[in-house]
Ligand binder design. Sequence first.
Ligand SMILES: NC(=O)C1=CN([C@@H]2O[C@H](COP(=O)(O)OP(=O)(O)OC[C@H]3O[C@@H](n4cnc5c(N)ncnc54)[C@H](OP(=O)(O)O)[C@@H]3O)[C@@H](O)[C@H]2O)C=CC1
Ligand SMILES: O=C1O[C@H](COP(=O)(O)O)[C@@H](O)[C@H](O)[C@H]1O
Length: 492
Amino acid sequence: MVSPDTACDLILFGAMGDLASKKLFPALYQLHRAELLSPGTRILALARRDYTLDEARQAIRERLSEKLDPSEISPATMEAFLARVCYENFDFSSREGYTAMAQWRSEGPTENTLILYYATPPGLYATITGHLASLDCCDQHTRVVVEKPIGHDLPSSREFNDQLASVFREENIFRIDHYLGKETVQNLIALRFANNLFASQWDQNHISHIEITVAESVGIEGRWSYFDSTGQLRDMLQSHLLQLLCLLAMDPPSDLSSDSIRDEKVKVLKALSPLTQERIPTHLVRGQYTAGTADGRPVPGYLEEEGSAGHSDTETFVALKVEIENWRWAGVPFYIRTGKRLPEKRSEIIVHFKPAPHYIFDPDQKHLANNKLIIRLQPDEGMALQILTKAQGLSRGMRLRQGPLDLSFAKAFDTDRIPDAYERLLLEAMKGNQYLFVRRDEVEHAWRWIDQLLDNCEECGAHTKRYAAGTWGPVASIAMITRDDRSWYEDA
Ligand SMILES: NC(=O)C1=CN([C@@H]2O[C@H](COP(=O)(O)OP(=O)(O)OC[C@H]3O[C@@H](n4cnc5c(N)ncnc54)[C@H](OP(=O)(O)O)[C@@H]3O)[C@@H](O)[C@H]2O)C=CC1
Ligand SMILES: O=C1O[C@H](COP(=O)(O)O)[C@@H](O)[C@H](O)[C@H]1O
């Protein structure tokens, strides 16, 4: 837990945007409510709209009321939280406005740690950094929190990382991948390295293959122009899915320090087998949704979404087979898929263990033979280990039955609420702990792998395939895994 003594001056660039309304202010409010913010912590909200301080606080109050459960709001707590918040409006691209920010900073205690949070459209990150540098607003202790995407490809991410490095020290740069803040994602470290049962079985001797599914039922939610120039590969695979893969596949770090964990993740990224042009037809499926249904309602196709240009080959779904070229994982495929407008919001990892070396039961039950560990990241956070037992009853002989050892975190630990990822991430940034943030070399190795994949797709003229909203992606995704005599978990 963070010491509430760590007083910070948190400056939020883009404080009236979607991310700030949906995630950042609710997370800050929850930290305040849990008394995890130091009494001395101050928040400066910056945006373009011309609000007075009262209007800005009212806007934040309304957004919090929409977002939080009524039981979490008390007028006294809300007012005490809002009293921490100041507001300034200016255009971040013009130098002048930054003086108001510097003024606010100079009015507070100088010992407060300065944290700058970039929650603006990514096109503004470089401009803001440039102004902060030229106005001498930062010192060697200033921290910066940067939302994804960090660049659009390897060259642009390097350029931006170089610029950040010219102003901030790497140990003060907090690159967000909000999946790392999710409790269930952090639990991968506990599961793997606190339980020798799993630690000793976590390799190609015992595991046949692993599935990672991050499915969303939403479409692109009014972000057509951002999404169309990005796509699911860059938006989700380059960041969240590769991070999940790293946490699943990395070797044990020698301790829990930021660098020990990140060193191990980098080794995985370096060992990813390239998706060459020869492999693209069998190892990669990209899809784009057409009209269909979501939660029982008809929904438009990607090309009919608001803001659409009417034509595009951008993928809203991707499925791929990834191999890791090292001793631990040789010959173990990782099947990964993620998409918009799938039947439900569900993120889960399925670890398929190999069958026992010698099989003595009815041959007609051999299909049951593999143990599976199902890690539910969201919703119904928890995990289940599918094991084989004897089917109960006198008439059944030695028949096998598969059943789960099921652990639902909410039920087992009587958790009333699981903290949102941003609560954890803001807390760690205030503490100065980087283990849940992405280091420069991780971002760049991830881009290197994604760039070659996209280049190879283009070279071999691979196009996106269509799937109806409300289905599990193009049929080619099922064919990809069926070719290996396997199936995606929900089809099993
Ligand atoms: N929204 C989400 O769920 C997620 C967002 N992100 C990332 O977070 C970042 C912010 O996204 P999001 O909140 O959706 O963006 P929005 O477009 O909703 O918000 C942008 C904010 O920046 C302000 N702003 C924009 N241009 C200027 C300018 N020239 N001068 C001053 N203020 C400006 C806006 O001010 P005003 O409102 O006054 O115009 C607004 O407060 C992006 O990098 C995005 O990729 C990452 C993960 C999820
Ligand atoms: O970063 C992003 O993540 C969200 C999905 O996050 P989740 O926590 O709801 O699983 C995704 O919708 C968005 O496109 C992407 O930019």
